[in-house]
Design a protein around this ligand. Structure first.
Ligand SMILES: [Zn+2]
Length: 243
């Protein structure tokens, strides 16, 4: 199956961890034996940031080097090329649950990061004027402090127990209300956000496609089409240039 891009005006794509699997990245829950799952749930929670911010940094700071060394794979690149081929009368929005920044590094331009970006640091004080900034340091030994307010700095990601960034959520919802093609890639189709997003897309009358390694069980009927396989093989086939 191949998408004929010329038939659509407003395309929304949602990506999850499955799209970065071929880039060799650990997920929150699979940090490669360094952390047990209960540690991730404990130290990845916003409570830990308030009580023991050094633990937050030890957990997420350790992801920075592997993420920086990872490379976008064929799925990331196919999405960026698809966006670049669209005409000026067409719109495209890529919503990702991933915090690895690989879509931007592949060349995608309109990207919403629902869960933030591990390669950025920001101030933990909500009233501080410091903007999020790129930061490669793992900060494993000492909690970095804010140059503006002196408060604790934190990774610019959504921790367990925290709400989504309001602007990102608003942009995603607005795009879904108007879309005519919605594709979910490498994410569970049965839980938030894909399950909610696909419902909005169906209300808007969009064509809906689920692309993942594993089938949904039970199937979510809001997805009209299901394509199964590895993202790095599926996505170039689905969104590649027709010959
Ligand atoms: Zn600050």
């Amino acid at each position: 199956m191949q998408i004929d891009a010329s038939r659509y005006h407003r395309v929304v794509v949602l990506t999850g961890a499955g799209i970065s699997a071929a880039s060799g990245l650990p997920t929150y829950r699979g940090l490669g034996g360094i952390w047990e799952e209960h540690d991730v749930e404990e130290y990845g929670h916003v409570r830990a940031l308030h009580e023991r911010p050094q633990r937050t940094w030890q957990l997420f700071g350790s992801m920075r080097t592997p993420v920086a060394q990872a490379k976008p794979n064929a799925a990331h690149l196919a999405l960026a090329q698809f966006e670049a081929r669209l005409g000026s009368h067409q719109s495209f929005l890529l919503i990702t649950q991933n915090i690895d920044g690989l879509h931007q590094r592949a060349g995608s331009r309109r990207v919403i990061e629902l869960h933030g970006n591990i390669g950025q640091t920001r101030c933990a004080n909500p009233d501080c004027s410091l903007q999020p900034f790129p930061d490669a340091a793992p900060h494993a030994d000492r909690v970095p402090l804010c140059p503006t307010c002196g408060g604790v700095l934190r990774p610019d990601i959504v921790l367990f127990g925290e709400p989504l960034p309001a602007f990102a959520e608003w942009q995603a919802k607005r795009a879904l209300r108007e879309c005519d093609l919605f594709i979910a890639i490498g994410t569970s189709g049965l839980v938030w956000p894909a399950a909610n997003f696909v419902r909005s897309a169906r209300y808007a009358g969009a064509r809906t496609i689920y692309a993942n390694l594993e089938p949904m069980s039970p199937p979510n009927p809001a997805f009209q089409e299901v394509v199964l396989g590895k993202a790095e093989e599926l996505v170039p086939r689905l969104l590649g240039e027709s010959i």
